[in-house]
Ligand binder design. Structure first.
Ligand code: NAD
Length: 436
């Protein structure tokens, strides 16, 4: 079976590489010629652990190729995945489906009869039916199927998540799509991965409900952290105490500077917009969005409160990616926090192991540094914004020699106050006792 994946971003590229790892013959297509040139030369333009090596091996073994020629790639395939972006539309927060619709039109013009067109992008309820109408209008009388197959991978652990998912969700409304999608995921049978075959609408809603729920969990523990700070609790102990209850689960209970990234912010906005439009407002999620926005501003305010004269101060920021093991900075809390610091005239020196090239154009005025210690030079406060492993064992003696101030603001709780005691630094984190 030949598979074509349209869109080679985080999701499309990982999917394409993993489908070739399953043993399928895969072509990945993108409109971005620079991306395709880089991929064809064996280089992955994003940072995702293990991806480049797996990609090169599958290219060498003849199962994987890259092209900008959508027409030829689609004509050769029996399953075509759409994995293009669905960003937030400016203003109303609704998902911008124009890339999906444009890809669907192009696929329709070039597909063979009986092709299954599968939407992997995160799309609002109703999109699969709309795509089916678009294709039918382009190719009247030609048999084809549409399927929904939302993706749940996490950046930074994308390959592991794709090859060993908790479940696969497939929305269909005909036998052809059902059988063919079962074949695509047959390699996961060995692992007994649950494959949930359902309707278009359910599959589309499952993806948004999952992300909305996870964002709500993060926001819940962030509010508990605020309470801990007021009454003398330790949010990590609370999270452990409630997370050990199987009904709650320990994941996504890490207090921090607010959720960011390429999915939670835009997907919660789109979910809320869908609810408003449908007359079933998602009030919990509306509130989650508002709380999370306010939280990012509050984090910047915490840093500013530690600076007697912001315009004469220097802050070192460790980590700008929205989470570790990725170079993705889309809607990262760092953008909001650093933006607010710069607006107050603070000099910001920053380091990130992988994301500086992505962040630099978005944060003009930041001094980008080669190491955490270089970032700390002359800093009054050191702020930890991404929990990269590289920041978990900082040498405090060295930091003391290079920093002007003696405050560490750990917005990811990667240290314990005990780790810092005796180093000469004050230490403030999120929802835990401070060390002054
Ligand atoms: P991305 O922006 O990294 O990549 C999208 C790619 O599609 C780009 O390379 C772009 O050039 C290409 N493209 C756009 N229009 C095209 C067209 N007509 N033909 C060919 N290529 C085209 O996006 P992403 O992060 O991979 O996300 C893709 C979708 O998957 C989104 O809907 C997102 O919500 C969803 N998703 C993302 C993640 C994640 O962690 N990034 C996880 C699950 C689901």
């Amino acid at each position: 079976m030949k598979i074509t994946v349209v869109g080679t971003g985080y999701v499309g590229l990982v999917s394409g590489v993993c489908f070739s790892e399953f043993g399928f013959d895969v072509t990945c297509v993108d409109v971005d010629a620079t991306k395709i040139a880089s991929l064809s030369a064996g280089m992955v333009p994003i940072y995702e652990p293990g991806l480049e090596e797996m990609m090169q091996r599958n290219v060498e073994e003849g199962r994987l190729s890259f092209t900008t020629d959508l027409a030829a790639a689609v004509a050769a395939a029996s399953v075509v995945f759409i994995a293009v972006g669905t960003p937030s539309r400016r203003g109303d927060g609704e998902a911008d489906l124009s890339y999906v619709y444009a890809a669907a039109r192009e696929i329709a013009r070039n597909m063979q009869p009986e092709t299954v067109v599968t939407i992997k992008s995160t799309v609002v309820v109703g999109t699969c039916r709309a795509v089916r109408d678009i294709i039918a209008a382009e190719r009247p009388g030609v048999p084809f199927s549409v399927a929904s197959n939302p993706e749940f991978l996490r950046e930074g652990a994308a390959i592991e998540d794709f090859l060993r998912p908790d479940r696969v969700v497939v929305g269909v409304d005909d036998e052809r799509a059902k059988l063919r999608m079962r074949r695509v995921y047959r390699p996961l049978n060995l692992r007994e991965t649950p494959i949930l075959i359902t309707s278009f609408e359910n599959a589309e809603l499952i993806k948004y409900a999952a992300n909305a729920f996870l964002a709500m969990k993060v926001t819940f523990i962030n509010e508990v952290a605020d309470l801990c700070e007021k009454v003398g609790g330790n949010v990590q102990e609370i999270a452990r105490g409630i997370g050990l209850d199987n009904r709650i689960g320990s994941k996504f209970l890490h207090a921090g500077p607010g959720f960011g990234g390429s999915c939670f912010p835009k997907d919660t906005r789109a979910f809320a917009a869908t609810g408003r439009k449908a007359g079933a407002p998602q009030r919990l999620i509306e509130e989650v969005i508002a709380i999370n926005e306010a939280r990012k501003a509050d984090m910047a305010a915490r840093v500013l409160a530690a600076l007697p004269e912001p315009a004469k101060s220097t802050v070192a920021v460790l980590g700008v990616a929205f989470k570790p093991n990725t170079d993705d900075v889309r809607e990262a809390p760092s953008l909001a926090v650093i933006g607010d610091l710069l607006a107050e005239g603070v000099s910001v020196r920053a380091h990130d192991p992988e994301a500086m090239a992505q962040a630099a154009p978005l944060l003009p005025g930041v001094a980008w540094c080669d190491s955490p210690y270089q970032a700390a030079e002359g800093a009054d406060v050191l702020v930890i914004l991404t929990e990269w492993n590289a920041y978990r064992m900082l040498n405090f003696a060295t930091l003391k020699t290079v920093m002007a101030g003696r405050l560490i603001l750990d917005l990811r709780n990667i240290y314990k106050p005990d780790d810092i005691a005796g180093t000469g630094f004050s230490y403030r984190s999120v929802g835990r006792p401070t060390l002054e």
